[in-house]
Write a protein that binds this ligand. Structure first.
Ligand code: 2AM
Ligand code: CA
Length: 258
């Protein structure tokens, strides 16, 4: 099977799983049990765990030899060369408060990187997907990043770290940036922030301290939509910052943030 064929097969599996997880999560229980992680702002609900269990069960039913990395502790070695990278709820704080934008992020990677990425956000009726070399789509329609955009007319999404010291630095940085851009958005779900760059609903996004499962699907979707996505130093792997925008604005942001 060629890579594009395999990517389409993985996409079909991801789409069906995301739909099932989306239905389960949309049917919100009255009470959510929380387990706190690094701070009061970093927690998982029992629905994060239930969603991950559903996604893992469905992936293994379809492709038992694939590896899986999931935020809520799934770690399976791949025997097939394909590894899935999943965030069962991205934007858990939004989910907890019943705010829109939380999403299910599902990516699959091979030895050359991410081959397929899908982000499903039922509360905003949006499903973004991309395959490597195959373009990016929102609800089945091709999407393109906004470019060229000047810093002064840019709508920029960002997020704040769970780490208290880092939040203070970020607040100071934002105070300096706000007067020089169109406006700032803090929507609360990294994968949707990236997808919003891809489909032109914001002009750029930057955030620190994200993990592989926050980024895997959204970064491919952004790049396939023509965005440049890097850290401060030009890469992503191992970098603590992600900056996503059309080429012109990306270059301006790298010099601002760097
Ligand atoms: P989560 O909901 O899966 O935890 C909030 O700014 C966004 O960033 C959410 O998508 C959140 O994902 C993600 N995030 C992941 N790691 C983070 C961290 N260390 N600090 C802040 N946000 C983080
Ligand atoms: Ca999560």
């Amino acid at each position: 099977m060629t890579s594009p064929e395999l990517a389409q097969e993985l996409l079909a599996i991801a789409r069906s799983i995301a739909q099932k997880a989306g239905e389960m999560l949309t049917d919100r229980p009255e009470n959510l049990t929380i387990n706190q992680k690094s701070s009061a702002r970093d927690f998982a609900t029992h629905m994060d765990h239930a969603s991950e269990a559903l996604i893992v069960r469905e992936i293994l039913a379809a492709r038992p030899d694939d590896g899986i990395v999931g935020e809520e502790d799934t770690q399976r070695e791949s025997k097939s060369g394909i590894t899935w990278v999943i965030d069962p709820i991205d934007g858990t704080v939004n989910y907890f408060y019943d705010l829109s934008g939380w999403n299910i992020s599902i990516a699959a990677k091979d030895d050359q990187g991410v081959l397929m990425g899908l982000v499903y956000a039922p509360t905003v009726n949006s499903l973004w997907h991309a395959t490597r070399g195959g373009g990016a789509f929102k609800n089945g329609r091709p999407i393109r990043v906004n470019d060229p955009i000047e810093l002064g007319s840019a709508l920029i999404a960002t997020g704040f770290s769970y780490n208290t010291e880092r939040r203070k630095e970020q607040a100071i940085f934002i105070a300096d940036l706000i007067p020089r851009v169109r406006d700032i958005r803090r929507l609360g779900a990294a994968a949707v922030d990236l997808c919003n760059v891809a489909s032109g609903s914001v002009d750029a996004y930057f955030e620190r301290d994200l993990k592989e499962w926050d980024l895997a699907a959204g970064v491919l979707i952004c790049r396939e939509a023509g965005a440049v996505v890097t850290g401060r130093n030009g890469g992503i792997e191992g970098e603590e910052m992600v900056i996503a925008a059309g080429p012109a604005l990306h270059a301006q942001l790298v010099s601002e943030i760097g």
